[in-house]
Design a protein around this ligand. Sequence first.
Ligand SMILES: Nc1nc2c(ncn2[C@@H]2O[C@H](COP(=O)(O)OP(=O)(O)OP(=O)(O)O)[C@@H](O)[C@H]2O)c(=O)[nH]1
Ligand SMILES: [Mg+2]
Length: 508
Amino acid sequence: MPVRVSMSDDPFSALLAPPPDEMPAERAARLREEENAKRISDAIDEEISRQRAEQRRERCVKRLTMSGCTGKSTTLKNFQLMNSRKAFRAERAQWRTVIQLNIVRSFRLILEAMAEAQAATTSPATSSPSVSPRLRPADDPDPDPNMPHLTSELLLLKMKLSPLIQIEETLLRALDPEGSSVFGAPYLTALTNLPNPERPRGKGVKEIAVNSCAWGTKFSRLLSGEARNSTDVRDEGLEPDEPSHVLHACSDDMIRLWKDPIVREVLDRLKLRLEEMPGFFLDDLERVTDLNYMPSDADIVRARIKTLGVTEYRFTVKGGLYCISPFVPRSLTSNAVGNSISRDWRLYDVGGQRSCTAAWVPFFDDMDAIIFLAPISCFDQVLEEDPSVNRLEDSVLLWKSIVSNPVLARTNIILFLNKCDIMRRKLAAGIKLSKYIVSYGDRPNDFESTSTYLRRKFAQIHKDHSVQKREFYAHFTSVVDIEATTKILADVQDSILRANLRGTGLIL
Ligand SMILES: Nc1nc2c(ncn2[C@@H]2O[C@H](COP(=O)(O)OP(=O)(O)OP(=O)(O)O)[C@@H](O)[C@H]2O)c(=O)[nH]1
Ligand SMILES: [Mg+2]
């Protein structure tokens, strides 16, 4: 039973109480001393809260990054384009919606950055009530004193673009009418090598995720030919819907805002590099907001929607040898007639978040090949799930656990060192690999040296940890580059097929 102690029972109050016979001079001295002690105590409290705010700020920066996003689904899209181009294009209506959501998300970030700039340049006394507390986080202590002032024209543009936020719900519903599988997830931002940590931002901006069962089955039906024969698919136009009209109406204002030098400076000051974020379409606004906009293959490949769980895709490939996926199981059926080979393939696309990796396990024991994507450009980012872990380091650990898995001892593992285009841009911008991978030391910070070094590291792990000897296959990729990726995938599928045919006695 807890014991309640009244003030009069408190032994400290008796000890600290002034003496009953205190003289006025003694009392004045005591009060001065107490006042002095209080000043020191307040200063200490102030320092403690300053340090706490600093720590909070660092934590927020890390929390804003996320895992996954290595390029698995993008690789799969390339594969779909190689195998089932017409059928894939028939899904353009959904991709248009995803691209529209990507645009809305980019603008949410811009509007949020503007609100932050507005708050930073407005004194608390005159602070506008329109600045929402969500956009101006309470734990964001020090506004940047050099933040540029937003002109009244910019503030007007900001207001005129508010309908964009309202169409987000409609777009989400269009992707998943039941609303069960598409939902938001924290947005990604990169850590930089700049001395000051970034402020928390993007907290309210959600990334769209899709559960494999909803969106994925559409694709698997399509690939398996259940949905419709690919030759029946016509390049018909898409009817403009409500979000398309809103985006079209906002188009000029969006372009003006995105091109505005003050807005760019605000984004720079907040280290918000939208161009490096997934689903970036702001340089194509005029085209993608056209009422008759039809996503191109390149647009579809660049569109970003996060995968949850595992999605299986089944299809038959006749004659051609275009097949590859993150996961291809061994249970392929095959029949060879002359030079023409017809095979049933199963591909698996997996959600990359750590919480999703358990879902992979049941798919592990029957694989012919695994394509492992390591996003080498992520060397300066941390995991959303665990901000103490560097993303590239996490990828290396996953690589080690896959190559050392006895169940996969005979599986071909093909490494894609991906996002080389972003890696090149980061290195050119002066971001140093050695700052994040200390073992890199003072080697040159160019693409050739850094990528070769990383490839060697992955190869060493493959050699040291494979249960039995096997070939090391690795490619430097930028899987948003369709042409280059098609060539690599054709090569890869060829080696998988050869290995598989060798196993079944079809090739010696
Ligand atoms: N610039 C560039 N962007 C890439 C590359 N690979 C993927 N992306 C983009 O990165 C984003 C994420 O790619 P996804 O293929 O969705 O990644 P994922 O591994 O499937 O991610 P999860 O589903 O979250 O596990 C997309 O917007 C892609 O367009 C690349 O090599 N270069
Ligand atoms: Mg994915």
